[in-house]
Design a protein around this ligand. Sequence first.
Ligand code: AMP
Ligand code: ZN
Length: 469
Amino acid sequence: MKIFNTLTRRKEEFKPVTPGKAGIYVCGPTVYDFIHIGNARPMIVFDTLRRYLEYRGYEVNYVSNFTDVDDKIIRRANEEGVDSLEISERYIKECKQDMEALNVRPATTHPQATKEIPDMIDMVKTLIEKGHAYCVNGTVYFRTRSFPDYGKLSHKNIDDLESGHRDEAHQLKVSGEDEKEDPLDFVLWKPMKPGEPFWESPWGKGRPGWHLECSVMSKKYIGGTLDIHAGGEDLIFPHHENEIAQSEAANGTTFSNYWMHNGFLKIDNEKMSKSLGNFFTVREICEKYDPQVIRFFMLSAQYRSPLNFADTLVEAAKNGLDRIHNAARDLSDKAAGVDGTGASAETREQLESIIKRFDDAMDDDLNTADAISVLFELVKYANQTRETAAPQDAAAMLDTLSTLADVLGIHALPEEDGMLDSDIEALIEERNAARKEKNFARADEIRNLLEQKGILLKDTREGVKWQRI
Ligand code: AMP
Ligand code: ZN
């Protein structure tokens, strides 16, 4: 498999540290609110990377953290008058629920910063001992210039960064950071302020800096050198650059061999983000669309491309997914319980070629957009041979379709007693017509039928909305 490595800006053949194994660390969300669908992009994309590597026979150790101590969490806790632990635990639970809906598998380990403080203190101590860090008034800073490779990931030049900072001298004074030896130095440990959570440390009561958390947790759960470190492209600088500096300075080994960064999910060509206020939470979007549609939509673009969130594009994804569901149901009816072992040579040859092209697409830096096109070729082939295929051929096609869709985290056959979106909408149309004709008995019957299938209808001013429960 070839992976575009942000570090070298080239596609490189993936060679893990230990053959047959892959250690992947993905920066997770800061848990102070519901996640938005922009945050869901790295979750879906890198869950797909994990699924693909497993499908290719790798044993994957997939680690993704929750940042559960942070200014935003503390602010939210103060607003609500509760402990910050209550906020982080609440939103970790909600995040896990959204991940499950999106068919993002739980990580091998989901470390939480607040549970790893002793290891963080140890790394800071090591950095101080090695001359890479220093303490002033309870704050420990990383001495950025002591790490000659600083800037290698983001391809920034340290002197340019320095001159960019020089004008900020005034600002530094205002923020109280003028105590730093160099404006480029960043915080490893910050002293406690009144009302904030804190831990005891050799430098006084305080809490870890955000960058430090990932360096420590990835080392603990994967090891000194990661195969792949991933996250959104906004994390390249300074977060990942700082992680490299801390980890390589402390451990003396390469921190991560490959760096993968997803492009932004945008809305009206702007990055979707909490601070801009132009976001939709996963929770609210899943009221409107089946979460499988959202997942399919996310994978409809290669992960490094920006992806615009627009109803028309999501609708297109929904239609595409319906085509896969329809073909799978058709194949399932035709296979009628037989398995695919007796499929014809022609069918087997077709399927082998489809699998090869699917793998080629995924091997090319996880090109899910092309992989989905290959799935549609299979759907087309299934439809073309609808009249002629024997049950064994149908079974073999269904098997391949399900396996490949599953690599993308997509169910080719909708959940057991679930209904297709198109079926639900047809029933809603029928109910609308019944109500127009004042046939309320039929309208109620349809509402009850849908309810039994776990579909809740809501009559709103914009018409009938539905939701899976
Ligand atoms: P945060 O909670 O902001 O640290 O973000 C968690 C993860 O979501 C990080 O990997 C971010 O890079 C990623 N992320 C945030 N917003 C977007 C977006 N609009 N598109 C893609 N990824 C995003
Ligand atoms: Zn991180």
